[in-house]
Design a protein around this ligand. Structure first.
Ligand code: KG4
Ligand code: ZN
Length: 346
């Protein structure tokens, strides 16, 4: 029989966020006691993206203070923690190693069981945090993060069936690269969302990749090239875009990515007869996407329950890792645990 652990400390360091969280589980409910997130994104912003070596060094600086703060906020001592969970992959190897080696050390010193968690699975568990009405199974899930765009069927806790995914870039990557092309800072998603507030998505037209394909696959690399060509055409002989041109381009990029994601999710929901649908990952924080998605489902699939994670649990955080560990407490030998940067969802 599988052991259960009620009070779990989780560590997440897969990219440029250093996070530690403590949850308390009680049957099917997970209560958040603390969730500390320290991000080096604003420091990376001046380089236009994440520099892996730099991210790893920032992880090293932040990891101990972040863990201490999570214990302090939860008003717990290490003795009161029953298990330690950690993201083992996918992600940047230098960043992952900081979390994995710290978790292994704490597990050995504090003599606590160690639970490895797949970061992508963790994103879906954002729905089981402080949520009295989490998704019911089976649930169709769309993961939209910086490195992944995957459609899966979650049949039960930790039982995933892969349906489709991106053939090249991820949706978040398209936001990030699109932002860079129109001279907006990293991370591109929030920057595009903010600039788009003053823009009109009708001014510039962008192709909607694979919108009419009969499968549920995605592709965003062609869109990136189209943004580059369009931006160069608008700039003409000028070196910079006006702020109105930038806002209109941002609105078009956001609208185009949203339309593709929504069309595919609606088609997959209809084809699979889904009754429960959830989105997860950093791009799920996009307000425009959420509003359009709710509206489309209300009009076209009114019987389908669509779930959105709370805003603070969309982007990387350790709370979702703790929730994933609570529902699948597979303990491993601390000393032998290895980070796996290329880990897949299934
Ligand atoms: O899930 P996440 O925090 O990290 C990965 O696992 O990749 O996702 C990060 C991605 C980035 O590409 C970022 O630009 C995007 O999520 N993102 C957004 C928003 N906030 C973050 N994209 C669109 N709108 C947002 N508000
Ligand atoms: Zn993530």
């Amino acid at each position: 029989m599988q052991q259960t652990f009620k009070t779990i400390l989780a560590i997440e360091t897969s990219c440029d966020e250093t996070s530690a969280a403590i949850i308390r589980g009680d049957h099917k409910r997970v209560t958040l006691l603390s969730n500390i997130v320290s991000s080096s994104a604003s420091l990376q912003s001046k380089y236009g993206g994440v520099i892996p070596e730099f991210a790893a060094r920032e992880q090293l600086k932040a990891i101990i203070p972040v863990i201490k703060e999570s214990l302090f906020l939860a008003k717990l001592k290490p003795e009161q923690i029953e298990a330690i969970a950690v993201t083992v992959g996918p992600g940047l190897i230098g960043s992952l190693l900081v979390g994995v080696e710290t978790a292994k050390t704490l597990s050995l010193v504090w003599q606590k069981p160690l639970i490895p968690v797949n970061h992508l699975v963790g994103h879906f568990y954002a729905h089981w945090l402080d949520n009295p009405t989490p998704p019911k199974f089976p649930c169709l899930g769309l993961l939209i993060s910086g490195g992944h765009t995957d459609l899966v069927l979650m049949k039960d806790h930790h039982q995933f069936e892969y349906i489709s995914g991106t053939r090249d870039d991820a949706a978040g990557e398209c936001f990030d690269k699109g932002a860079r092309l129109i001279d907006l800072p990293y991370p591109g998603g929030p920057a595009i969302a903010q600039a788009a507030q003053n823009g009109n998505p009708q001014v510039y037209s962008l192709p909607k990749p694979m919108l009419n394909s009969t499968d549920f696959d995605f592709s965003f690399s062609g869109l990136k090239t189209a943004i580059l060509n369009l931006t160069n055409k608008i700039k003409g002989g000028n070196k910079t875009l006006t702020s109105q041109q930038q806002a209109d381009l941002a609105a078009s990029i956001q609208e185009t990515i949203s339309q593709v994601l929504i069309a595919k999710l609606v088609a997959a929901s209809q084809s699979l007869g889904a009754e429960q649908v959830m989105i997860a990952g950093g791009v799920a924080a996009n307000h425009h996407l959420k509003t359009k998605l709710s509206e489309t489902f209300r009009q076209q699939l009114p019987r389908v329950a669509i779930h959105f994670p709370k805003l603070q649990f969309c982007t990387d955080n350790a709370a979702m890792i703790a929730a994933a560990a609570y529902f699948n407490p597979i303990v491993v030998e601390s000393i032998s645990l290895q980070a796996n940067p290329g880990l897949n969802l299934i």
